[in-house]
Design a protein around this ligand. Structure first.
Ligand SMILES: *Cc1c(COP(=O)(O)O)cnc(C)c1O
Length: 446
């Protein structure tokens, strides 16, 4: 595989961009390939190599790299009307109406410019609305590059910053617990429930190997927060309009949060974020309330047009059914490949999300196991072995995944997310042939 052009670009990049990249996950070793263009389900790099792409911009590209004609022409027409105004535009109302119509917990939205900004604003809103300071987050959860959630610690204990540059005193307002541990959350609330503004969690740990919730876990978070007057915030930045179709993951799992954060898919590939919830809470944002929230680019017409047209396209076509079927096909194909090559490994993911986790142990007898990815089914023979939380994923073979498996898949022409933690994504542009080719690549690389 030729890579002279990517290598030279990375050499230049190292002089002007820290680590040669603008987001650390892109800095794969020894150097990343530079993308020249997207093409349906593929990307082509600066040396002309073509890969089946399962990174899909780390989530936003629900339809793949080529936008349908009508989506593209609406974006172009918005562009020719001028990129942004600093005054309201109709598209803001339209996208808000679309989301409120489909997502049960959402009555109003505030649009921002990234997932990070959405979770930052949601945490501030929860604190302002409840008059409490502490937030509970999951170990292994990811809510963007923000102060309140870049925190680690022992279950229920005092948090410490997981990044330099965050004061210890900030981290102390955040309590971490393991995902899927109902009791850990109950204990935290029993000890200091009246100080807790919110529990903030992804419904599926999309940034931690797509670990899903065990039965009743999300319901238990709903009950515990309600009992103690705290808010439940679902971070659906990744799962929103990807898992569960138009009703999102909260609809799929049948649990209604107080607030929801969105980004990724709702921007159609352009920068966006949003916080949604009932008017009663949302009107605490300025100008109606006293929780300050603002942004020059907020509700950016180009991003919102791209998001609205992509979602309309998905609503009017078989996008979500197609993706759920193709996802099942890929995950069950992977389960079969593992049966032969690495029976201790676990397939995870829902709908168009998937991952193979290099777990170290599995059951001898796998008859009756989850067929198309782990469903956290207590009757599955793999149940006691499949990952439930961050510690389980960290205990899997993360080095083998990253250093040997990822490059082997790249050499097979398959572009996966950079490590064992990040989810991978199918798009509407992927075909059954792509899936077959991908399964062959897994067979060779494992
Ligand atoms: C990607 C992601 C974020 C951060 O969004 P950015 O747009 O990268 O700031 C937050 N939460 C979740 C669940 C994500 O997947």
């Amino acid at each position: 595989m030729h890579d002279a052009n990517s290598r030279e670009l990375y050499d230049r990049a190292l002089s002007v961009l820290p680590g040669g990249v603008n987001s650390p996950v892109r800095a794969v070793r020894p150097y990343p390939f530079f993308v020249e263009r997207g093409d349906g389900a593929h990307v082509v790099d600066a040396d002309g190599n073509k890969f089946i792409d399962y990174v899909m911009g780390y989530g936003p590209l629900l339809l793949g790299h080529d936008l349908p004609q009508e989506v593209e022409s609406r974006i172009q027409s918005q562009l020719s009307d001028g990129p942004m105004y600093g005054a309201p535009a109709e598209v803001e109302v339209e996208l808000a109406e679309f989301i409120a119509r489909h997502v049960q917990s959402v009555e109003m939205l505030r649009f921002v410019n990234s997932g990070t900004e959405a979770t930052t604003s949601a945490v501030r809103l929860a604190r302002g609305y409840t008059g409490r300071d502490k937030v509970v987050v999951m170990q292994g959860g990811y809510h963007g590059a923000q102060e309140s959630t870049l925190v680690e610690g022992k279950s229920g204990g005092t948090g410490t910053p997981s990044s330099a540059g965050i004061p210890q005193s900030f981290a102390e307002e955040t309590i971490t617990v393991p995902f899927n541990d109902e009791r850990a959350v109950r204990e935290v609330f029993e000890a200091r429930g009246d100080e807790i503004a919110a529990v903030l969690t992804e419904p599926i740990l999309g940034n931690c190997a797509s670990v899903g919730p065990v039965e009743e876990y999300l319901d238990s978070l709903r009950e515990t927060t309600e009992e103690h007057g705290a808010l439940l915030i679902f971070d659906e930045v990744m799962t929103g309009f990807r898992v569960g179709g138009l009703q999102c993951a909260q609809g799929k799992f049948g649990v209604t949060p107080d607030l929801t954060t969105f980004a990724k898919v709702i921007g159609g590939g352009f920068p966006v974020g949003a916080v949604g919830g009932p008017a009663e809470i949302m009107e605490s944002f300025t100008p109606t309330g006293d929780v300050f929230q603002a942004g020059t680019y907020s509700g950016h017409p180009l991003s919102l047009t791209a998001g609205l047209e992509m979602l309309r396209y998905a609503a009017e076509n078989d996008v979500y059914d197609y993706l759920a079927d193709l996802g099942d096909q890929l995950r069950s194909g992977l389960t079969d490949v593992l049966e032969d090559r690495a029976p201790e490994y676990t397939v995870t993911g829902y709908d168009s999300m998937f991952k193979v986790v290099f777990t170290r142990d599995g059951p001898r007898d796998r008859s009756g196991q989850c067929e198309a990815g782990c469903r956290q089914d207590p009757d599955c023979p793999r149940f006691d072995y499949c990952p439930k939380n961050k510690a389980d994923v960290a205990a899997a073979e993360t080095e083998r995944w990253e250093r040997l498996f990822w490059p082997a898949m790249r050499d097979e022409g398959v572009f996966l997310t950079a490590n064992q933690y990040e989810s991978q994504f199918l798009s509407y542009a992927h075909t059954e042939e792509d899936v077959e080719e991908t399964l062959e690549a897994y067979k060779s690389a494992l």
